[in-house]
Design a protein around this ligand. Structure first.
Ligand SMILES: [Zn+2]
Length: 420
């Protein structure tokens, strides 16, 4: 095989591109290239195992470092479905070390491995924690969203791990509810307060050092504060900590319709239980950033078979881990750089973001080295196929094959009789 075939095929997958689009591009530009069949062989026999090896090596380093540091890990966990809506075939569950911002494990769950698609998230977490336990890596904290099965599992099966809820998820949930109420008649004022009230969740969590009862009192004090009452909130948090406020804000009137609607949200039964467990320090925003990287490697509207999906997930981790701790970029004059965007959800309000220094791709060198090595060891497709059959672990049956299928000739015959 020409070395170029191996390296170009590798570059297609390693960059997260689509092979069929790449080959169409070559055809349009009259560039001689291998066929899709050859690409698929190279992908399945060389690229996928190469990615697996390089990721496992990186993971080994991370886990060894964690064991040697002697401190139990503080993890963030989150699941991501492979497609929009509720039709997901896969869910990837990712565990991130929140102190180093590195992903230490990721698990791919296929829908037919569990009872229903809702159960995929818990399954992913269970597998991840079981793996870390097997590797003798201790975990002291886990920050997640408020997924109900995960809450129950952590409470009942993992009591030695402190379970916190991510502030962003809680704040977003509160904000959405407030926005919905603001659309009701005579409740416009709720909309004007929505952002400050949802931001209040962060302040409550971060100013209480994990004292759940204090978080709760601070949270509920918002019901006084919005009515211009800043004292008499409770025993642990008797009065607001802010100074004088400008007079031009609009206050709620106790007992008004808008106030009653707001009270329903702030005092929601589930929310009051969960608000005590808001994470005081680490949050899972790093995982949100990882899911954006994953969308590049595995776009939600494209279908992949299990092996390729897993390889793309591992590529995303390699790319993310190498670049997750980048510094903020500076101009030639030495000023720190920012970018301003106007997200649709903020309705014209600008948001500033730090610009980071350029990404690096050192992991690509490792992948290429391993790829060429693999080809040298297994120098024909037939040999590589035999080797793969020996080392490949069992994968779940593709969903399309878990149901009995009609024969093609019968389907075509039915189509013809209907449309002729
Ligand atoms: Zn106040």
């Amino acid at each position: 095989m020409p070395l170029g075939n191996l390296i170009v095929a590798g570059a297609v997958l390693f960059s997260g591109s689509s092979a069929s689009k790449f080959l169409t591009l070559c055809q349009h530009a009259s560039i001689q290239m291998f066929s899709i069949g050859t690409y698929m062989n190279i992908q399945n026999l060389y690229l996928v195992p190469t990615i697996e090896t390089v990721w496992q090596r990186e993971q080994l380093h991370l886990l060894t470092a964690a064991r040697e540091a002697g401190e139990p890990l503080r993890l963030g966990g989150d699941g991501r479905c492979c497609s929009p809506g509720h039709t997901a075939k896969y869910l990837s569950y990712t565990l991130m070390d929140l102190q180093t911002n590195k992903i230490v494990d990721t698990q791919l769950v296929q829908k037919n491995e569990v009872r229903n698609s809702y159960a995929m998230e818990l399954e992913g977490l269970k597998r991840g924690l079981a793996f870390l336990e097997e590797e003798q890596v201790e975990v002291s904290h886990l920050v997640t969203d408020r997924h109900s099965q995960i809450k129950k599992y952590m409470r009942e099966e993992q009591p030695e791990i402190t379970h916190w809820f991510d502030c962003w998820h809680v704040a977003k949930g509160v904000f959405k509810k407030l926005e919905a109420v603001a659309k009701k008649k005579n409740c416009e004022i709720v909309g004007q307060w929505a952002r400050s009230i949802s931001n209040h969740t962060y302040w409550c969590a971060m100013s209480c050092e994990g004292n759940g009862e204090l978080v709760l009192e601070k949270w509920c004090s918002i019901l006084n504060h919005v009515c211009n009452i800043h004292e008499g909130h409770g025993s642990q948090f008797p009065r607001c900590e802010h100074g004088d406020l400008d007079d031009d804000r609009i206050w709620f009137r106790k007992g008004s319709k808008a106030y009653v609607e707001l009270e329903k949200i702030v005092n929601g039964r589930l929310l009051l239980t969960d608000i005590r467990k808001l994470s005081p320090a680490e949050q899972t925003s790093g995982l949100e950033a990882f899911h954006k990287v994953l969308c590049h490697f595995a776009p939600k509207l494209v279908h992949y078979f299990h092996a390729q999906m897993e390889a793309r997930l591992q590529l995303a981790v390699l790319q993310f881990n190498e670049n997750s701790s980048r510094q903020q970029a500076t101009t030639r004059q030495g000023d720190t750089m920012y970018r301003v965007s106007f997200p649709k959800s903020r309705k014209g309000e600008g948001v500033a973001k730090e610009v980071k220094v350029k990404q690096t791709f050192n992991y690509i060198d490792q992948l290429n080295e391993e790829l060429v090595f693999r080809r040298e060891v297994h120098s024909s497709f037939a040999e590589a196929r035999r080797a793969r059959a020996m080392e490949e672990r069992e994968r779940p049956v593709p969903i399309s094959q878990s149901e009995p299928r009609a024969r093609k000739c019968d389907i075509v015959a039915a189509h013809r009789s209907r449309f002729n």
